[in-house]
Design a protein around this ligand. Structure first.
Ligand SMILES: Cc1cc2nc3c(=O)[nH]c(=O)nc-3n(C[C@H](O)[C@H](O)[C@H](O)COP(=O)(O)OP(=O)(O)OC[C@H]3O[C@@H](n4cnc5c(N)ncnc54)[C@H](O)[C@@H]3O)c2cc1C
Ligand code: SF4
Ligand code: SF4
Ligand code: SF4
Length: 611
């Protein structure tokens, strides 16, 4: 890093070499549909491969490094539609896959926090990039304005179709608006990103429940196609005795009530008590059943709304909870307890109101199908936990009473339904997942609808290959600790339940975190015809990343298989860089006496069929 205005000797060498490269080289660009290139991208850029929307993660992190926040935001937006939203609440499968988190490499890059950084730090007047197609004269009705419906409407509008979104609720956004609490996702930011979608000409009709205000049949008559993205809005019940007692809430209704109260309003939980007219004392001790997004949001909301003690009760272990480590940390910080390996047997009551829960203990048993384990109750292990309210947050299922016909003949892959011209998307198809999967699903469905309407495949995914300078990334960057997210203090969290907990990175923090990324989209290759097998590159390599190989097998799909390595010089057919192990330090590039190591930037991009 630059200290006192000076660069280290190591950084200076990198910069000089890069300057030379830039002065003398002409960039070469190619587009490939070769399976080997797709295979290389999938294996070498694990974060992008893990992202359901295939966001160009190293591409946008590099832009942040160059302080091009607007470009970084647009690179995100081109794949995931709502970077400011996802930068706050994404489930982050990319970070689990990030190479920086591999054994011996440290901790994964803060990919999600960097996504938020480009949304926060870009100019409010940055240029939005949309490649609009000519109008087709076709129209599509979208049922539901959650992330899946919005993503489908966005892409359909870009493809030139008229998109009209029908939404039961008063406001758009689905679970983004009514499920996720404001202390994790500010609503002005959410509305800005929704409005960017509506600006494309997408029509939004709120307070319009399909099945109640307008029938699905009418939509099929009035529109050329229909996309049902109605989510999972029916809460799962506990199914135990006592569920009908006062002060037993279901998680989704609880969060809807919390999210309906505005900034500075009286805490809902105590408001409910006051309105009940039964002279009950305020809620003090809350038991939340479940360990997913909804459960943790309910627990954290209950703390903000005046509860004194809140605990989560989960059937498996904390490691099995489907939420991010940061959220687990914040919940712990806010004083929320977790009791693992338990399941409720019945809810106990006095005078019609909750007085406690009887739990049984569970143990984990292995199974032959995903997720390869289940919890099993242990006989005779019952125990009672006193509490005055229960929130059952066991997830949701599709509420199909209005649109039940759609599920007949649903093909989850295409995703067409048994009804002609009717498609489905998001959680409605897959069951409860997460926002990025819903967005990816909405986009996939939009392409299927476009094919149905135009009988043409209008977009194709290709690998863009561009010759590149070396990484410009000194080895010292590998030892930078992950930059922690800034958060507000506990008293500010309790002062107003809408106060956003995480406050984002400043430009220096964003720069520092961006330096940690290895830029796995840069492919290092040795030209075997120029290599003199001096092994200078192997000597400087910080990892086992340059291999002497005997053969490189090719898989049935055309991608390369594992190298057959050899330690015997007489068997070596080439010295090869293993891009799955390479951390893009550039040391080999710097020492090679033959200049036979090249760097190519690889990106997945969508092109028009006639480009
Ligand atoms: C409390 C909570 C917290 C969560 N936290 C996270 C998180 O931190 N990160 C994450 O990635 N995911 C999170 N999730 C999950 C995520 O919100 C969902 O997976 C995602 O919103 C699904 O998107 P969707 O568009 O498929 O459905 P939804 O967001 O459910 O949207 C469906 C929309 O369809 C509307 N609708 C339904 N029926 C009709 C009808 N008949 N007519 C018209 N409109 C209709 C509904 O009103 C709703 O607006 C959370 C979910 C909840 C409940
Ligand atoms: S180091 Fe960067 S490019 Fe590589 S997997 Fe992690 S975030 Fe992605
Ligand atoms: S850039 Fe070269 S030396 Fe550095 S990790 Fe990659 S292959 Fe190894
Ligand atoms: S330093 Fe260059 S010439 Fe020497 S073995 Fe490595 S690639 Fe070949």
């Amino acid at each position: 890093m630059k200290k006192n205005g000076l660069y280290s000797k190591e950084e200076k060498i990198f910069q000089d070499k890069n300057k030379l490269y830039r002065a003398h080289s002409v960039k070469q660009i190619a587009y490939s549909t070769d399976p080997r290139d797709f295979g290389q991208v999938a294996k070498s850029i694990p974060c992008q491969e893990a992202c359901p929307a295939k966001t160009n993660i190293p591409g946008y992190i590099r832009c942040i490094n160059e302080k091009r926040y607007g470009r970084a935001y647009e690179l995100n937006r081109g794949a995931n539609i709502m970077p400011g939203v996802l930068g706050r609440i994404c489930s982050r499968p990319c970070e689990t896959a990030c190479r920086h988190g591999a054994p011996d490499n440290g901790v994964s890059v803060g990919i999600c926090h960097l996504k938020r950084a480009c949304a926060d730090l870009k100019s409010p007047m940055h240029r939005i990039i949309e490649g609009l197609y000519a109008p087709t004269g076709k129209s599509v009705a979208v049922v539901g304005s959650g992330p899946a419906g919005l993503a489908a409407a966005h892409d359909l509008a870009i493809l030139g179709h008229r998109a009209v979104v029908f939404e039961t609720m008063e406001k758009p956004g689905g679970m983004l608006m009514y499920g996720i609490p404001e202390f994790r996702l500010p609503r002005d930011l959410l509305m800005t990103e929704i409005n960017n979608i509506l600006r494309l000409g997408v029509e939004l009709k709120t307070s319009q429940a399909v099945g109640t205000h307008i029938t699905l049949e009418t939509l099929t008559e009035e529109f050329d196609a229909v996309v049902v993205a109605a989510g999972c809005t029916k809460p799962r019940l506990l199914g135990v005795e006592g569920e009908d007692l006062e002060n037993v809430y279901n998680g989704l209704d609880f969060m809807k009530a919390v999210n309906a109260s505005n900034r500075g309003q009286t805490p809902i939980i105590n408001e409910t008590n006051r309105q009940s007219n039964r002279g009950l004392s305020p809620i003090k001790n809350v038991a939340v059943i479940g360990g997913g997004f909804t459960a943790v949001d309910c627990a954290r909301s209950a703390i903000r709304l005046g509860a004194e003690e809140v605990a989560l009760y989960i059937r498996k272990t904390m490691d099995d909870m489907r939420i991010d480590e940061t959220e687990k940390h914040e919940a712990r910080f806010e004083g929320i307890g977790v009791e693992s390996l338990v399941q409720p047997a019945r809810i106990l009551g006095e005078n019609g109101r909750v007085s406690g829960i009887a739990f049984v203990r569970t143990r984990i048993e292995k199974t032959g199908t995903p997720p390869f384990k289940k919890s099993v109750p242990i006989a005779g292990s019952e125990f009672v936990v006193p509490c005055d309210s229960v929130i059952a947050a066991l997830g949701q299922a599709p509420d199909v009473h209005d649109v039940s016909d759609v599920l007949t003949g649903l093909d989850k892959d295409t995703p067409a339904t048994g009804m002609k011209g009717v498609f489905a998307a998001g959680d409605f198809v897959t069951g409860s997942t997460d926002v990025i999967s819903a967005i990816a699903g909405g986009r996939r469905t939009a392409l299927a609808v476009d094919l149905y309407l135009t009988a043409m495949e209008r977009k194709k995914t290709v690998v863009r290959l561009e010759s590149h300078a070396t990484t410009d990334r000194p080895r010292s960057y590998d030892f930078i600790d992950r930059v922690p997210m800034n958060t507000i203090a506990m008293d500010q969290r309790l002062a107003d339940h809408t106060n956003e907990v995480e406050t984002g990175f400043d430009p220096d923090q964003a720069l520092e975190e961006s330096q940690r990324c290895y830029l796995c989209n840069l492919k290092y290759e040795i030209d075997p015809l120029r290599c003199i097998y001096c092994s200078a590159c192997i000597d400087v390599a910080p990892k086992d990343c340059i291999k002497m190989v005997e053969t490189i097998p090719v898989n049935a799909d055309g991608t390369y298989g594992r190298y057959a390595e050899t330690g015997q010089w007489d068997k070596v057919v080439s010295i090869t860089i293993d891009n799955e192990a390479c951390i893009r330090c550039g040391q080999c590039y710097a020492v090679c006496p033959m200049d036979c190591i090249s760097v190519t930037k690889t990106e997945l991009i969508q092109m028009d069929m006639d480009e």
